[in-house]
Ligand binder design. Structure first.
Ligand code: NAD
Ligand code: DAU
Length: 336
């Protein structure tokens, strides 16, 4: 379908802001409306370079009246807004239930009423985790979430599926692996270590650092979202991943090398309770049906570009850094 006006929820967060930047650059005829509550994770500054190209509304996705009005004025919704950090969901689960489940419910009711196309952004974490030799997740893998975060995302996916089946809502879902790139909050693994290294602090690895994530550049994720929005089959789930599994220790050592530091110049810290061991994505359906392929095939180069971005945008991340580290310490993180 040709999209003329799109509502992007969570457009001041990491992936949503990158989606808005990409849309403004590649599709200048699309009118973008951002709905974002500007929680601790949202940042107006992420949209500052394109502020005059975007309509920004500060508000909560669970505000049914507001959402209904905004959805009535667009022809598609791309829903990124969420509480997104596993560690926070372990200390304070309620906002995850409220935003990820109740918020998604409000959006679904609005797209149902206005018959608006809806794309739901989800995560590979809904499938639980894998041992080293299990095959990667695909669209038929049963749901088996581990944390309050992934359970709330799984619940929201199931609401979407039922709104398709019961009410004929024109929705698609994508479940993506771990993203990296510009504008990611310093609470997350890669930006936390980059900004530690800029500050001369040792990177912090949970436990032994053997957990594996399947890293994808945020721009590749967002190009896949546009493919699905325009050409995906209604009711279909697509998995998004770039075949780039790496354990956490290797990622830290790539970053240390980028800063010219020794490979053992990091700390092991308290592990995450219930820590998922491995995520891996089989994106065959997306590749064969929609012809998508990642552009960032060199992880080392993608990380180097991300390091350069954080070096050049200290004004963007510095205001959050000290409070984020204080929160980790208050949650009991300590060097092992
Ligand atoms: P983020 O935490 O960086 O951004 C979330 C945004 O949502 C923020 O701008 C925040 O202000 C906004 N928000 C939160 N609650 C809201 C509410 N009630 N109403 C309106 N806005 C609200 O998250 P992210 O990493 O950009 O993730 C975006 C989406 O992608 C999430 O749905 C997440 O589950 C999914 N996802 C993330 C990754 C990843 O690696 N980061 C991978 C796969 C899927
Ligand atoms: O897989 C997709 C998911 O990826 C998304 O759904 C989530 O929104 C996103 O936050 C991310 O979840 P993770 O829990 O995998 O990401 P995080 O950046 O928190 O951690 C990545 C790995 O690094 C994980 O194994 C925990 C570890 N870690 C994390 C931090 C913050 C560390 O070793 N040290 C750290 O300081």
């Amino acid at each position: 379908m040709a999209v003329v006006r799109v509502l992007v929820t969570g457009g001041a967060g990491f992936i949503g802001a990158n989606f808005v930047h990409q849309t403004v650059a590649d599709r200048p005829d699309v009118h973008v409306v951002v709905l974002d509550a500007l929680t601790y994770a949202g940042n107006r500054a992420s949209l500052a370079p394109i502020a005059d190209r975007v309509e920004f509304v500060q508000g909560d996705i669970a505000d049914q009246e507001l959402v209904d009005r905004l959805v009535g004025g667009v022809d598609a919704v791309v829903h990124f807004a969420a509480e997104s950090h596993n560690d926070n969901s372990l200390s304070q689960p309620w906002p995850f239930v409220q935003t990820n489940i109740v918020g998604t419910y409000a959006l679904l009711q609005a797209v149902r009423r206005h018959e608006v196309r809806y794309h739901h952004i989800s995560t590979d974490e809904v499938y639980g985790d894998l041992s080293a030799d299990e095959p990667a997740f695909d669209e038929s893998t049963p749901y088996n979430p581990s944390s309050p975060y992934s359970a709330s995302k799984a619940a929201s996916d199931l609401l979407v599926r039922s709104w398709v089946r019961s009410f004929g809502v024109r929705a698609t879902i994508s479940n993506c692996s771990n993203n990296y790139g510009p504008y990611q909050h310093v609470e997350k693994f890669i930006p936390r270590q980059i900004t530690n290294l800029i500050d001369g602090v040792r990177p912090r690895l949970y436990g032994a650092g053997h957990q594996i994530r399947d890293w994808i550049h945020v721009d590749d994720h967002n190009r896949a979202v546009w493919e699905i929005l325009e050409h995906g089959r209604i009711g279909q789930t697509y998995l998004i991943g770039a075949n780039n599994e790496s354990d956490n220790k290797t990622v830290v050592q790539l970053l240390l090398a980028e800063f010219g530091r020794a490979a053992d110049d990091f700390d092991h810290v308290t592990d995450r309770p219930g820590h998922d061991q491995r995520y891996a994505i089989d994106a065959t359906l997306l590749r064969t049906e929609l012809g998508w392929a990642p552009k960032y095939s060199d992880f080392k180069a993608g990380l180097a570009a991300t390091v350069a971005w954080y070096r050049e945008h200290e004004d963007w991340w510095r205001p959050q850094k000290a409070a984020t580290e204080r929160a980790y310490a208050a949650a009991g993180e300590r060097v092992l």
